[in-house]
Design a protein around this ligand. Structure first.
Ligand code: AMP
Length: 184
């Protein structure tokens, strides 16, 4: 049983690693960013509501993502494990997750902090070219990460639930380091 939270700035490679590991472990990879981008693409009412936040690199309101995560975690395929990528993004969401998991008798095994220096991140994001990867939005998303999401590193470290992984190495080496960190 694997239940992991991936923390890390945009461009840290957490999405790539989370997808790969989830695939290996045959558990769902739950990326709130992907779910939100899909809603925007499909022009659902949720998509229309969140588009401006994504375009500006702002966090969408907590309630919106909390509802998404609650619904996704209640699906049967999530009963045997999951990887959360991009959620929680702040302390309020982390506390929501704690409560939600407690209600269903689950827990988080580890929070994984993907560590990559800022200059490497900016270069990677420039190359990626996603629609919310413009120079200005990149800078803003990094600020939002530092201000709101980075405090979660201490939040999980304080509970002995944090594993740090050096994300500034070739993808296969990051995967190996990750595997070692979680002991799988
Ligand atoms: P990501 O793909 O994780 O980088 O997320 C892309 C965008 O989706 C972010 O810049 C936010 O606008 C939004 N987003 C994703 N996850 C969350 C979350 N947990 N809380 C609030 N906004 C989120």
């Amino acid at each position: 049983m694997t239940r992991l939270i991936f923390l890390g700035p945009p461009g840290s490679g957490k999405g790539t690693q989370a997808a790969q590991l989830a695939n290996n472990e045959q558990i769902p990879h739950i990326s709130t960013g992907e779910l939100l981008r899909k809603a925007v693409e499909d022009k659902t009412s949720l998509g229309l509501k969140v588009q401006s936040y994504l375009d500006e690199g702002e966090l969408v309101p907590d309630k919106v993502v909390e509802d998404l995560v609650k619904e996704r975690l209640s699906k049967s395929d999530a009963s045997s494990g999951w990887i959360l990528d991009g959620f929680p993004r702040n302390v309020v969401q982390a506390e929501f997750l704690d409560k939600l998991l407690e209600e269903v008798g689950q827990w988080t095994d580890w929070a994984i902090a993907m560590e990559v220096p800022d200059d490497v991140i900016v270069d990677r994001l420039r190359e990626r070219g996603r629609s919310d990867d413009s120079e200005e939005t990149i800078r803003h998303r990094l600020e939002v990460y530092r201000e709101k999401t980075a405090p979660l590193i201490d939040f999980y470290r304080g509970r002995g639930q944090l594993k740090s992984v050096n994300g500034n190495q070739p993808i296969a080496d990051v995967a190996a380091a990750l595997k070692q960190a979680i002991g799988s």
